[in-house]
Ligand binder design. Structure first.
Ligand code: KG4
Ligand code: ZN
Length: 332
């Protein structure tokens, strides 16, 4: 089954062609990052307008790179929730038009679930049950994944998301936008033990909190005789990674699962991948994370999720809604 994926939930216009949820024929990502960088964050109206301009060229390129025509496509998968509403509507309107014209099913996909499916796209041995940590610009969620579409939310952040903490602290450190990659780069060669930043472990819960860390970084930067910025960035990054890895592994041990999945933009972080690997190895857990290019927003993960939705009878009619927010799963 050949699925054409569409992603426009934030500031990347992306289209991809994926066979059987596994074989990636193309994954074109047109990023608006540079344009939003001058405002220090994503400007929703600007994002929608750029999606309108870039969508058709990106579709054409995705088909050309996959060496396909529209007649080869069996289904269309599109992000319809959560995200910036205007940005999402550009993608879902195009998907509905395509579905109508081609008389093919259109599958509306949950963006966070698609981040999880990026692991299915790239690892043959990934399976259920597992514990998954989704760390993106807007989410820090810990899930118990019991089967396709069968998820329990174990906990989430009480305040800032991990990616948001990276972005905000990068701004405080004068490192630019987007903050995650900038902090990672600045931290290279830095001493992660140079400064002791607080770690909110919130024992007895699967919840997270990063606002205290952010405040602590702000106060530290006001001090005198500061260590080099590489040390401050490395110490901040270490505090985030330490909490994320400890809490994820504790959840996996508590539930008795053997697999841990990472997903979302922050899972591109080299230090997070490294510490997670060390700690999972020690705990006897199998760790899965997508290649860096599939951690941040892309349409390949949407196409992969769409394939699994169809395999599991989760098709929809063309009158599906587009929504700015919707939790992937509830707490049980
Ligand atoms: O999943 P994503 O691309 O978009 C959302 O759905 O939010 O995640 C974007 C977030 C941003 O906060 C960005 O700073 C962070 O992921 N990020 C990183 C890295 N690459 C992206 N954070 C830490 N280290 C990275 N290498
Ligand atoms: Zn995302």
């Amino acid at each position: 089954m050949i699925v054409f994926g569409i992603e426009t939930s934030c500031d990347e216009t992306s289209a991809a062609v994926v066979v059987d949820g596994r074989t990636l024929l193309s994954n074109v990502v047109a990023s608006q990052m540079e344009e939003h960088a001058r405002y220090g964050g994503v400007v929703p109206e600007l994002a929608s307008r750029r999606h309108v301009e870039q969508l058709i060229p990106v579709f054409r390129q995705a088909l050309a790179e996959a060496n396909c025509t529209w007649t080869d496509i069996d289904a269309i998968a599109v992000t319809n929730r959560p995200g910036l509403l205007g940005a999402l509507l550009v993608g879902t309107s195009a998907a509905k038009a395509l579905g109508m014209a081609l008389k093919k099913p259109v599958v509306p996909v949950h963006h966070i679930e698609a981040h999880l499916y990026a692991n299915w796209l790239t690892h043959e041995t990934v399976d259920y049950p597992s514990v998954a940590l989704v760390v993106s610009g807007g989410h820090t969620d810990l899930f118990h994944l019991r089967g396709h579409g069968d998820y329990v939310l174990l906990g989430r952040t009480r305040d800032d998301a991990a990616g948001e903490a990276f972005d905000k602290c990068a701004r405080l450190m004068g490192l630019g936008y987007p903050g995650g990659p900038a902090v990672q780069k600045a931290a290279e060669g830095g001493n992660p033990k140079a400064m002791t930043f607080p770690r909110a472990l919130l024992p007895g819960t699967h919840e997270f909190s990063f606002s205290g860390l952010k405040t602590s970084v702000r106060y530290a930067l006001q001090g005198e005789n500061l260590p080099p910025i590489a040390d401050i960035a490395a110490s901040f990054q270490e505090a985030v990674v330490d909490v994320l890895s400890k809490k994820t592994i504790a959840a996996a041990n508590e539930l008795g699962v053997e697999r841990v999945l990472l997903a979302g933009g922050v899972s591109a972080n080299t230090r997070l991948r490294q510490i997670m690997q060390e700690r999972c190895d020690k705990a006897g857990l199998a760790l899965f994370y997508p290649p860096v290019a599939l951690c941040t927003d892309n349409a390949a993960m949407i196409a992969c999720a769409g394939y699994w939705y169809l395999q599991n009878g989760r098709a929809a009619t063309l009158d599906f809604e587009t929504r700015a927010s919707e939790p992937l799963a509830g707490v049980q």
